[in-house]
Write a protein that binds this ligand. Structure first.
Ligand code: SF4
Ligand code: SF4
Length: 481
């Protein structure tokens, strides 16, 4: 498979392979909103006692995907805005209230495959799936044209596939078998690292004889595991139907749901970055208080906590009290409150750059202590072309930036800003500190909205014309009598 662009940076604070279990907190704060989900239908009441695995709320806009209770406890609905709080929590093993007899219509229409899909949705495993092109939750009862399973995470710092896998290769392959049994003839592409490692050999050994699995070996470079890019490189067209993308943790959740009828309420989350005391992977449930993570992991001084990886994560806001259901990593970076005097000019030994601008290029590869400082001032595009070199989507970020800067929206659309996979590499390498990724995210939304509005206008006009034609026909018929 031939890839475009891509780039690796080495940052300080890479979590070790060991997975630590975090101590139980006194309360859990479950956010009602995450990147993809909005749990607006609340199923519980103030003061209600719930068990582990009970449904607290569902997202009606996403096939009623449930927000499950990670622990037994007492519900508080109004104590923390935007969250369901669980107090007096205890670790009773989950006995999910799953009743397959409640879905006779699914069993009738889709047989065993429908029952399995329903079980995945009810037990929280379906949340691990996404559509490769849209990133949205796929229809659990839909038919994909293919499934892409990735064993890797290359965005620093999100939980690594080999860590998720540790000692669970058998469960993983069983999960793959379940996936295959839910499909008809559609292929499963399994993404593994190209480099010969123990992990690579183990996976290959384990799936030997699975003719329905197509192995895809990718170099260990950011953005090689982006589902959108993989789908495009595999020649899977968006118009031919959904493509399910799922990572190792999701396949393990499938196994847990279908083998043991159990929920996957605990996530493996990486805590890394230059602002972390001891970078590590932790086993933690949704709702875990962010303040406790800050206390335990952030170094002294002002630190910024980012929900997600270094390139694509989002700063955790003051109003976010607990970990969300989709969390895969927390990146902690020292906050710079003072502007660096002539930062762009100082040829530091301690900073890396895609260009050869800094003396540090003489040091060879080193783990950089990255901070939130801009390290320079924003300025106009200098046409260095770095953004185009690293872009995995094969578009010209500098050109699109110039179009957007001049409000030439149609030209930006024609230059295929829609192909941007929001990886953030262009913004990272840009020596002029232009926020290209943010610009393109905004432009994509704007263009989509404009197109939807134009389409709505077109339909309205067509309906008006049709109505007018019908009216004229009716009145000419009346005149005949
Ligand atoms: S954010 Fe978009 S434009 Fe920038 S490098 Fe990634 S895919 Fe290309
Ligand atoms: S990397 Fe920045 S300065 Fe260089 S061409 Fe792209 S937008 Fe312009």
């Amino acid at each position: 498979m031939k890839f475009r662009g891509g780039y690796n940076i080495t940052l300080q604070g890479r979590p070790s392979k060991k997975v630590k279990i975090l101590p139980e907190p006194e309360a859990l704060y479950l956010p009602l909103e995450s990147k993809r989900f909005d749990f607006t239908s609340i199923y519980v009441e103030e003061g209600q006692k719930v068990d582990t695995g009970d449904v607290l709320a569902v997202d009606p806009g996403n096939y009623d995907v449930p927000l499950l209770s990670p622990r037994a406890g007492t519900v508080r609905l109004s104590s923390t805005e935007g969250h369901i709080v669980l107090e007096d929590i205890s670790t009773v093993d989950d006995v999910p209230d799953y009743d397959k007899d409640s879905i006779p219509h699914i069993a009738r229409q889709m047989g065993a495959s429908g029952e399995m899909r329903h079980k995945l949705l009810a037990l929280g495993a379906w949340q691990f799936f996404r559509d490769a092109y849209t990133n949205e939750l796929p229809d659990p009862m839909g038919t994909p044209q293919a499934v892409i399973v990735s064993t890797l995470s290359l965005d620093p710092f999100t939980a690594r596939g080999d860590v998720q896998f540790k000692n669970r290769l058998l469960q993983f392959t069983r999960g793959l078998e379940y996936l295959q049994s839910m499909l008809e003839y559609q292929p499963i592409y399994l993404v593994i690292p190209k480099s010969r490692t123990k992990f690579h050999d183990k996976v290959k050994d384990q799936i030997r004889g699975y003719a329905w699995v197509k192995l895809i070996e990718v170099p260990l470079e950011y953005t090689r595991t982006n589902f959108n890019i993989l789908a495009r490189n595999l020649g899977l067209k968006r118009a031919d139907g959904p493509i399910w993308g799922v990572k190792a943790g999701g396949v393990l959740a499938v196994d847990r749901a279908l083998t043991h009828t159990k929920t996957s309420l605990v996530r493996i989350v990486s805590i890394g970055g230059p602002g972390v005391k001891t970078p590590e992977h932790v086993k933690v449930m949704a709702g875990y208080p962010i303040a406790r993570i800050r206390e335990q992991y952030a170094r002294e001084g002002q630190m910024r906590l980012i929900n997600g990886g270094f390139f694509t994560g989002r700063m955790l806001g003051e109003d976010e009290i607990g970990l969300g259901v989709e969390i895969a990593g927390i990146t902690i970076i020292p906050e710079h409150t003072e502007r660096e005097f002539l930062g762009w000019l100082r040829p530091g030994f301690d900073r890396s750059s895609y260009s050869n601008a800094f003396l540090s290029t003489l040091r060879g590869k080193f783990a950089e202590k990255f901070t939130t400082t801009l390290r320079g001032e924003p300025r106009a595009c200098v046409s260095c072309n770095f953004c185009e070199e690293v872009c995995p989507a094969g578009i010209m970020p500098h050109l699109i930036h110039k179009y957007l800067y001049s409000d030439m929206i149609e030209e930006a659309d024609a230059a295929r800003v829609d192909l941007c996979v929001e990886c953030g590499l262009c913004s990272f390498v840009c020596p002029s500190k232009i926020e290209l990724r943010e610009e393109f995210i905004g432009a994509k939304v704007f263009i989509e909205e404009e197109k939807a509005e134009a389409e709505a206008q077109r339909i309205k006009q067509e309906e008006a014309v049709q109505k007018e034609q019908e009216r004229r026909k009716e009145s000419s018929e009346e005149n005949l009598y």
